[in-house]
Ligand binder design. Structure first.
Ligand code: PEP
Ligand code: CO
Length: 453
C-alpha cells in the first residue's frame, strides 16, 4: 500500500527564507543575529519528537470529541516576572481547570501551557508613539525591552539566547511539577490558592475536590491499588507558543533519528497567528514541513476558501491530530462568521480540532487607557462557539485562554467583579490582559457545563 507523501520534497528547515516573513523584527545587526542562531543550533532540543507524536495522538481524540484541549498561559512571558512561584501558580490554575473540565465532561483534558517559549509578539503597528516620541513597538522579550526608550526598544539578538535558557528552566520545573508529585490527584485541594478558595467559584471547586476524594476512597475500599495507578499521580503537560521568530524556530528544528522526520523542538505544539497565516508566506511554509501538531488562529475576516487552502498546505495527508484551528471571532461575530468556516472544512473532509480562543477578538481600550477584555464577552464567544459547533455537527474540541495564576486586575467582570476603576490596581501584563485565577476557574465551570449539554 502506498501512503500519500506527507510533506513536499523541496521543504527544508530554511526554505521559509525564500518567502515573505511578516512580523519579523528589524534587527540592526544581521550578523549578530545569525551568530546567536548558530549557537542555538548547537544547543539541546527543548522537547522531543516522541513527545510531539504523543500529543498528536491525543489531539486526534480531541478532533473526535474523545478529549478536550486546554491551552492556557501568558500572552507574553517575561524575563522580569520569571519566578518559580509564578510557574507553580500557573500550573495550579491549569490543573484546577483541567479537573473541572474532566469531571464535567467525562473526557480527558489535554493540558498545554502557553509557556516555556511564548515570548515573541506580533504587533498591529510597527511603531509606538507617546507624547510626540516615536519608537519601535515592543515585540516581546526575545526581541526588545518593554521600557519606552530608544535603547531599550532596539532589537537585541542576545535576548534570543536568554529566552532559550528561560524556556529550558521553565520546562525543567514544569516537568518536575507534573511528574513529581505536585500534580498528584490526592493534592487536588492544594491547588486551590487562598485568594481563590475564598471566592464563590473557589468554594464550588472545593465541593468538587471533596467528591473526587470520596471517589478515590471508594476505589481504594474496593481493593484497587491506587498507588499503582500512574495516571492518578502524574499528568502529561505540553508546551506551545506562536512560531513567530522563524530564525529561532529553524535553529531548534531537528531531524528525528527514529523516523527521519523534522520536528521543531522548541515546543510540542506551534501555532501560526492571525497576522502571519498568509498561505504563501514564510510561516505557513516553515510549519508545513515540521511534524509537530500545529495550530492556526482564524479571525472574523477569514474567507472559508483560505481556511481550506491552509488545511491543504498544512495537513495534505489529512492526518487526525495534526491541525488545530483556533477560531477567535469576537463575541459579536462568532455566530455569523464561524458557521461558514465550520461548514467548508467539514465538506472538504479535513480532520481538525476546533478550538475557541475567546480572548483575542474581544480586546478594547478602556476609558482609563488600559487594554482590557470583558469576562462576559469571553463567555459569549464561548457560547457562540459551542452553539455553532453543535449546529455543524462537529465536536467543540478545546479552548485557548490567556490567564495567570495571580490575583491581577486586567480583565473586567467575573463573579468577584473587577471594575474599570480597579484596572490600575494590579495591571501587570506586558501585552494582552489575562484572566486572573478566579475568572479562569469560573470560565472552566462554564465550559464544563457547555460540554455536558
Ligand atoms: C496571541 O495569541 O497572543 C495572539 C497575538 O493571537 P492572534 O494571532 O490570534 O491575534
Ligand atoms: Co495575546
Amino acid at each position: 500500500m502506498t501512503t500519500a507523501p506527507l510533506f513536499r520534497p523541496e521543504w527544508a528547515p530554511d526554505s521559509w527564507r525564500a518567502r515573505h516573513a511578516a512580523q519579523q523584527p528589524d534587527w540592526p545587526d544581521p550578523d549578530a543575529l545569525e551568530a546567536v542562531l548558530d549557537e542555538i543550533r548547537r544547543l539541546p532540543p527543548l522537547v522531543f519528537a516522541g513527545e510531539a507524536r504523543s500529543l498528536t495522538e491525543s489531539l486526534a481524540d480531541a478532533a473526535e470529541g474523545r478529549a478536550f484541549l486546554l491551552v492556557a498561559g501568558d500572552c507574553a512571558e517575561s524575563f522580569e516576572a520569571f519566578s518559580a512561584d509564578g510557574i507553580r501558580d500557573k500550573l495550579k490554575i491549569i490543573l484546577q481547570m483541567s479537573v473541572v473540565l474532566t469531571y464535567g465532561s467525562g473526557v480527558p483534558t489535554i493540558k498545554v501551557g502557553r509557556m516555556a517559549g511564548q515570548f515573541s509578539k506580533p504587533r498591529s503597528s510597527a511603531m509606538e508613539s507617546r507624547d510626540g516620541l516615536e519608537l519601535p513597538s515592543f515585540r516581546g522579550d526575545t526581541v526588545n525591552d518593554f521600557a519606552f526608550d530608544a535603547a531599550a526598544r532596539r532589537p537585541d539578538p542576545d535576548r534570543i539566547r536568554r529566552a532559550y535558557n528561560q524556556s529550558a528552566s521553565t520546562l525543567n520545573l514544569a516537568r518536575a511539577f507534573t511528574k513529581g508529585g505536585f500534580a498528584d490527584l490526592a493534592r487536588v485541594h492544594a491547588w486551590n490558592q487562598e485568594f481563590v478558595a475564598s471566592s464563590r467559584e473557589g468554594q464550588r471547586y472545593e465541593a468538587l475536590a471533596n467528591e473526587i476524594d470520596r471517589a478515590l476512597r471508594f476505589m481504594a475500599a474496593c481493593g484497587i491499588d491506587l498507588n499503582a495507578e500512574l495516571q492518578l499521580h502524574q499528568v502529561d503537560y505540553w508546551t506551545a507558543h506562536e512560531a513567530l521568530l522563524l530564525g529561532y524556530e529553524e535553529a531548534l528544528t531537528r531531524r528525528d533519528s527514529l523516523t527521519g522526520d523534522w520536528y521543531d523542538c522548541s515546543a510540542h505544539l506551534l501555532w501560526i497567528g492571525e497576522r502571519t497565516r498568509q498561505p504563501d508566506g514564510a510561516h505557513v511554509e516553515f510549519l508545513s514541513g515540521v511534524k509537530n501538531p500545529i495550530g492556526v488562529k482564524l479571525g472574523p475576516d477569514v474567507a472559508p476558501q483560505d481556511v481550506i487552502t491552509l488545511c491543504e498546505r498544512l495537513n495534505p495527508a489529512r492526518e487526525p491530530g495534526r491541525l488545530v484551528l483556533f477560531t477567535r471571532m469576537g463575541a459579536d461575530h462568532v455566530r455569523d462568521a464561524l458557521p461558514p468556516v465550520l461548514r467548508a472544512v467539514t465538506m472538504a473532509r479535513h480532520p481538525v480540532v476546533w478550538a475557541c480562543d475567546p480572548m483575542h477578538a474581544n480586546t478594547f481600550t478602556h476609558a482609563s487607557g488600559y487594554k482590557t477584555r470583558r469576562f462576559d464577552d469571553v463567555m459569549q464567544e464561548l457560547d457562540g462557539f459551542f452553539a455553532a459547533c453543535a449546529t455543524a455537527g462537529v465536536p467543540a474540541g478545546g479552548v485557548h485562554i490567556e490567564l495567570t495564576g495571580e490575583d491581577v486586575t486586567e480583565c473586567l467582570g467575573g463573579s468577584d467583579e473587577v471594575l474599570g476603576s480597579q484596572l490600575e490596581q494590579r495591571y501587570e501584563t506586558m501585552c494582552d490582559p489575562r484572566l486572573n485565577a478566579r475568572q479562569s476557574l469560573d470560565l472552566a465551570f462554564h465550559v464544563a457545563e457547555l460540554l455536558r449539554r
